[in-house]
Design a protein. Structure first.
Ligand SMILES: Cc1cc2nc3c(=O)[nH]c(=O)nc-3n(C[C@H](O)[C@H](O)[C@H](O)COP(=O)(O)OP(=O)(O)OC[C@H]3O[C@@H](n4cnc5c(N)ncnc54)[C@H](O)[C@@H]3O)c2cc1C
Length: 396
């Protein structure tokens, strides 16, 4: 069976890998001219660790790990109010791994590039489904017929728009925006993360074992903002305006955005859909069930979703109706458990008012004197671990 996958990031490359292993013939179309670099450090937890391990990637992921040792919350004067070790700060337990998003995408691409057709710089323009397949016309004018089409093209999925309807029906704005980009390491951080919390405005910066520079991330409460998704200068103005009144190192970090090669800006949103397939078209990863960067589980969901979708299609002997239905049955409880993490986490990451910041800062500065602090830290990580392991992976 020929399967066209739209999007060559985490979900698309992983799906291509597993479909190939099960004897399907995948083709991946990616709008960007190459695998997209950039993005934050991401965690691979629980069931997703098992997926990358079954792909033989675990050792490489460990070699490429960020090795961030810990993080501190700083106040406006730059004083470190509280510090935590890296795993507690990142919500990791046991073997959970942290890697830069771009490095993971490259590893997944490297694993598949010799066996899978990648069509870069192109995109699906139209889909028309007949009884025996889907006729696809690409933006480039290229045409093709595929047995199945899978959208792995992220939060603003074009495949979802073509097959299921407009984005507004499925995308839920959580009321925040996020920006991430590379900056010079002017604070000379050595595998350490600093988090500054202003009212409705959080800013972080960290360096990893692999970076000579650093990364900056901005997370701010905003409500919906109208802007052009391809107009980077406009997005940078929105970000600069949102942080115009903030102190600490914020102005210096923002200075870096104009020259950043990997500026990423988006709303913090989730995707909620009743079905992830219609006819011969299905969705996987963020396009189907984005949990938002605040969940910390978007990449793990994409890895597990791709594994399960390919496995269930194989188990159904290529009967796409049965395969898609089984994929939904297996994945839905896991998706729901992980989507719940997003809204709760973002409320902890972005403070509403100066009063709340003062209260939290006081509590954090006292935390080191509390007798049960290790138990409290373990508890904070426990619910993430529970969601990350809320699926028993079949062997297919
Ligand atoms: C450059 C970048 C940086 C990111 N940074 C972060 C981050 O810092 N923190 C975080 O939590 N999440 C980040 N994300 C999102 C994160 O990768 C996903 O939440 C998660 O890994 C699920 O991946 P996905 O493959 O489903 O979707 P995505 O990673 O969003 O990938 C979608 C892919 O589809 C491609 N695409 C989009 N539209 C089309 C189209 N019409 N035709 C063909 N291809 C298309 C995109 O170029 C992209 O390669 C980032 C995504 C990208 C693309």
């Amino acid at each position: 069976m020929n399967v066209l996958i739209s999007g060559a990031s985490i979900a698309g490359t992983t799906l291509a890998y597993w479909l190939r292993r099960h004897g399907f013939t995948p083709t991946v179309v990616e709008r960007a001219p190459d695998i997209r670099e950039g993005g934050y450090k991401i965690d691979i937890r629980g069931a997703a660790l098992e997926v990358v391990s079954r792909m033989g990637l675990l050792d490489e992921i460990r070699r490429e790990r960020t090795d961030v040792q810990g993080g501190s919350i700083v106040n406006a004067a730059g004083r470190r109010v509280a510090s935590m070790d890296g795993d507690t700060f990142g919500g990791r337990v046991d073997e959970d791994a942290e890697i830069l998003r771009g490095d993971l995408a490259q590893l997944l691409y490297g694993l598949t590039r010799d066996e899978v057709d990648y069509l870069f710089d192109d995109s699906i323009a139209t889909l028309s489904e007949g009884p025996d397949g889907v006729d696809v016309v690409f933006d480039s004018g290229r045409r093709g017929r595929f047995d199945l089409v899978v959208g792995a093209d992220g939060l603003h999925s074009a495949t979802r728009g073509l097959a299921f309807g407009p984005e507004q029906r499925f995308v839920r704005d959580l009321g925040y925006h996020v920006a991430i980009f590379s900056v010079p390491n002017h604070l000379n951080l050595d595998r350490w993360e600093l988090t500054y919390v202003g009212a409705g405005r959080t800013a972080l910066t960290y360096s990893t074992a692999k970076d000579t520079g650093a990364k900056a991330m901005f997370l701010f409460s905003s409500g919906p903002i109208a802007y052009d998704h391809r107009d980077r200068a406009q997005q940078q103005r929105i970000l600069a305006d949102a942080y115009a009144a903030e102190g600490w190192e914020v102005p210096r970090l923002l200075e870096g955005m104009a020259a950043a090669p990997d500026f990423y800006f988006d709303s913090l949103s989730q995707v909620h859909m009743d079905h992830w397939s219609t006819g011969r078209v299905a969705l996987v990863g963020d396009s189907a069930y984005c949990a938002s960067p605040a969940s910390g589980q978007g990449t793990s969901l994409a890895l597990v979703g791709a594994y399960v979708l390919a496995g269930e299609l194989a188990a159904a002997g290529g009967d796409h109706r049965a395969g898609f239905a089984a994929y939904e049955r297996e994945m839905r409880p896991f998706v729901e458990a992980n989507q719940q993490l997003g809204p709760a986490n973002v409320k902890r990451m972005v403070m509403r008012s100066k009063g709340q910041i003062r209260f939290v800062m006081t509590m954090l500065s006292l935390m080191r004197y509390l007798p049960g602090k290790d138990r409290m830290a373990a508890k904070a990580v426990e619910h993430i671990h529970r969601a990350a392991t809320a699926i028993a992976l079949k062997s297919y």
